[in-house]
Design a protein around this ligand. Structure first.
Ligand SMILES: Cc1cc2nc3c(=O)[nH]c(=O)nc-3n(C[C@H](O)[C@H](O)[C@H](O)COP(=O)(O)O)c2cc1C
Length: 232
């Protein structure tokens, strides 16, 4: 089983430790993990040149860093993304990475391989906001075409993992056991739900009359998605 893990932070605090526990609990004798830490692996900010949308993702000034991560995601069965909650949002360095994924949103050139992956998104907060962050991370995954995303948010009442009360750690362990069983049962068995199919269909209608971006339209044509074919 191949797993891409994107950490929205570089330090190994509560968020990292929860993610690690989830990955450790997913039972597979042949786990291959591709792990990225932000900002170490974050590409530079999107400068709004539109090269990825209008020419090719390889024309992005940050293509080298972005495509390395994209290639891992493409070959993975599970994509895990985590972030501590910063001022009710994901970390800035993680958002910077997501900005570079816009070209492969459903509204542009989604990747067929994303339509059978399982996503896991994780966030911790001291007191409030983690749920909002996992929702935002799940939304990013939805627009990449990932059909099943598990969200785990936790208020840990602490600023670092060492200070997380034992009672909270116990409840995390319990939650994670249940979550990893659910994840395992879904790997290789997911398909898009009504909402994802519906949005994809609307995007297809838009692409049929697309006279503003021929790169996107040709991509849909070449995949046969403007006729009867679908990516699932
Ligand atoms: C810049 C910054 C902003 C934060 N914003 C929030 C917040 O909006 N809500 C909250 O409950 N905790 C907030 N916290 C606390 C962290 O979200 C919380 O301690 C989290 O568990 C840290 O995860 P980590 O150990 O993986 O870094 C913030 C911490 C920092 C450094």
């Amino acid at each position: 089983m191949k797993i891409t893990v994107i950490h929205g932070q570089s330090h190994k605090g509560s968020t990292y430790n929860i993610t690690k526990q989830i990955i450790d609990k997913i039972l597979d004798t042949n786990k291959e993990i591709y792990e990225y830490f932000m900002p170490r692996d974050t590409p530079n900010y999107c400068i709004g040149c539109y090269n990825c949308f209008n020419e090719s993702e390889n024309s992005c000034p940050q293509a080298e860093k972005v495509q390395k991560i994209v290639k891992s995601m493409e070959i993975s069965d599970i994509i895990v993304i985590d972030s501590p909650t910063y001022c009710f949002e994901m970390t800035g360095q993680l958002k910077t990475l997501f900005d570079h994924f816009g070209y492969m949103w459903l509204s542009h050139r989604p990747k067929q391989v994303m339509f059978n992956k399982v996503g896991i998104v994780i966030s911790t907060a001291a007191g409030a906001g983690a749920r909002k962050v996992t929702k935002a991370l799940a939304q990013q995954m939805f627009w990449l075409g990932i059909p099943k995303v598990f969200q785990y948010s936790k208020n840990v009442s602490a600023s670092n993992w060492e200070m997380v009360p034992n009672k909270v750690k116990k409840s995390i362990e319990h939650d994670i056991s249940k979550l990893s069983t659910k994840v395992q049962s879904k790997v290789g068995k997911v398909s898009p739900n009504f909402r994802l199919k519906f949005i994809f269909t609307i995007m297809g209608m838009m692409q049929k009359s697309n006279n503003w971006n021929k790169v996107d339209q040709n991509y849909w044509k070449e995949n046969g998605w403007l006729d009867k074919k679908t990516p699932w």
